[in-house]
Design a protein around this ligand. Sequence first.
Ligand code: AMP
Ligand code: MN
Ligand code: MN
Length: 327
Amino acid sequence: MTAANEFLNIVGLINEAKKIFVVGHIMPDGDDISSVLSLGMGLQKLDKEVSMAIDWKIPSYFSELEEVNLIKTYEDINNFEADLLIIVDASSPDRIGRFSEHLNRLKSIVIDHHATNLYFGNYNWVDPTFGAAAQMILRLNKALGVKYDEKLAHVNLMGIETDTGFFRYSNADERVFRDAAELISYGARPDKIAKMILENKRLEQFQLLSRMIEKLKIECDGLLAYSYLSQEDYETYNCTEEDSGGFVSEIRSIKNVEVAIFISEFEKGEIHVSFRSKDWFDVSKIAVSIGGGGHPRAAGATLKGDIEEVVNEVVKITKAALEDELK
Ligand code: AMP
Ligand code: MN
Ligand code: MN
């Protein structure tokens, strides 16, 4: 099945469906929230009965965007019946949290841009050439005949802006700029999105950042940099995992660093590993090898265990892979 055929199948299935359940991934980022909202709001414009949901708390800085209130939690939903379950920006069933329980029961569509996608839906439109899943939603909405207004354009742009690191990463190609320009022509405001996400920090986050920098280590002649925060660190600074969003990019910003790793113990014994690379090292392979996924330049995995042991293990395998590449 080619991606083009799968796209047409999906348009047909959505046209026929009345009640649609749109689900994003746990630990939601800007692209995930944008994709859930843009698809959900688009489908509402077509008079579909839509539920939008994510099995995780939405980071508080997104609450400036009033539309995020449309996204329900697992607990909010008391009727899981639907003609279609559409999953966006998620590469494997575990990424949708408890909503994965409904995968075998409901007809499912996966719309994603991760090369590591497991094609876990009944229908899968997966295209890693897109910088953001939100670009796929823009195309889907237009094929469905959704008319864009300012609000829809604005939430749709958020995913493109955040997944390209505000148009800085290597995935910020010509199509990204064209899609962004189109959404801006409908009334989206890239400056407002950037301000909401980048210039909305609590003072405690700076103290947490300083703790992260204190623990920073450099290996492999400066090519690998990593740091981590334990549950105690978060508690000390009255912070949670959402306050360390962006820390891994700070690590990557160090001169000559190719691979950056940031490891956070977001709950006692529950650990998230974020990998980033600058030019050539494929971090998605490492992430997959420890049960996660992602893109060549940005990948992640969620594990259980002792934080120090996980840090040692993750650094060990990354170092070995990096040294192997350098041979
Ligand atoms: P993060 O480091 O959490 O910002 O994630 C970077 C990239 O890796 C994003 O594209 C995520 O969707 C993906 N990713 C993060 N965590 C996981 C995971 N546990 N399993 C699969 N993909 C992940
Ligand atoms: Mn995402
Ligand atoms: Mn994405």
